[in-house]
Ligand binder design. Structure first.
Ligand SMILES: Cc1cc2nc3c(=O)[nH]c(=O)nc-3n(C[C@H](O)[C@H](O)[C@H](O)COP(=O)(O)OP(=O)(O)OC[C@H]3O[C@@H](n4cnc5c(N)ncnc54)[C@H](O)[C@@H]3O)c2cc1C
Length: 276
């Protein structure tokens, strides 16, 4: 059995139709005396302009009222990513549903067992040795299957480099969260690349939704970097996005007073105040 590099593929299969309108109606239901049916009748009769819908949704996205975002869903087909990536991806547990290719039921029967090889191995001139080890592993895997070892046991020798496939359903709220974390350069390169491709797929068909898919420091997300100052200085986005420490300095320079730890008197004020 010959080994060969796998190619990452990410395709948006489907998405909730009219996502902006769905977000608008979901938010408006919370803030309006109209029923959701009346809101939808006005949307469908085009009595609410597209710009008004986009603007309203954009304003709501600046607040912490995030549950309406769970009503917009995307489906992705993803192939050729490593098991190393999949360990990280499946840690996301809220608002996302995965189906992943099984190493119990799928035997790598094809004459080439593919693998994912980081470019750093090529840069280090160790790519041939990487491929040779994978070749040896593939041969032993094949011999194990031929000897009657079940696939669920033969797979114990398969490496993190082994490729896998996903069918994924993810809602907009979770997609935003995944982009917050995984488009940040602190995330590992392969999952960062996959999430960038997911974002590109959404952008292709829904650019007005995709503008919100940014790393957490993006102007449409938290807006600043909350990672360590050391990481921020190394990050290419550090050129255009501030670090939290700079914001505190500004607050202290131009704010009314120094930022202080919350004490009991602040808690009493929060507890006793009737409204803002
Ligand atoms: C740069 C980076 C390095 C990492 N390094 C490691 C590592 O060394 N070791 C390791 O084990 N993991 C590591 N992780 C994975 C990380 O700890 C999370 O498991 C992963 O990012 C999934 O995100 P999440 O917990 O926000 O889950 P999601 O399912 O994406 O969560 C969505 C939201 O729901 C909230 N939520 C989810 N479940 C609960 C719950 N039970 N209770 C309350 N709120 C909940 C979350 O706070 C989040 O806001 C790393 C992640 C990143 C981005």
């Amino acid at each position: 059995m010959k080994t060969s590099p796998a190619t990452m593929q990410v395709k948006l299969i489907d998405y909730a139709q009219a996502p902006l309108e769905k977000l608008f109606a979901a938010f408006r239901t919370c803030y309006s005396s109209e029923t959701p049916i009346e809101i939808w009748e006005r949307i469908e009769a085009q009595k609410i302009g597209h710009d008004r819908i986009r603007e309203f949704v954009g304003e709501r996205l600046k607040t912490g009222h995030a549950s309406p975002l769970e009503q917009v869903v995307f489906w992705f087909a993803i192939a050729g990513v490593s098991r190393s990536l999949s360990h990280q991806f499946v840690r996301h547990r809220i608002g996302i549903s995965f189906e992943q290719q099984s190493q119990r039921y799928v035997k790598f029967k094809q004459d080439r067992l593919a693998y994912v090889m980081p470019e750093s191995w090529t840069r280090a001139n160790l790519d041939d040795e990487f491929a040779a080890l994978l070749q040896k592993t593939s041969d032993l895997y094949r011999r194990a299957l031929d000897a009657g070892i079940p696939a669920e046991d033969a797979r114990f020798i398969l490496p993190n480099a082994a490729p896998t496939n996903f069918h994924v359903m993810v809602n907009f709220a979770e997609m935003l969260h995944i982009c917050d974390l995984r488009l940040c350069v602190r995330a590992q390169w392969e999952i960062r690349r996959m999430v960038a491709l997911m974002r590109a797929e959404i952008k292709r068909v829904l650019p007005e939704i995709a503008v919100f898919l940014q790393p957490k420091c993006g102007e449409n997300r938290m807006g600043y970097c909350d990672e360590s100052l050391e990481d921020w200085t190394k990050c290419p986005l550090g050129r255009v996005r501030p670090h939290k420490s700079a914001l505190f300095e500004l607050y202290e320079t131009y704010g009314r007073k120094k930022a202080q730890a919350l004490g009991e008197s602040e808690f009493r004020e929060v507890e006793e105040r009737e409204q803002l």
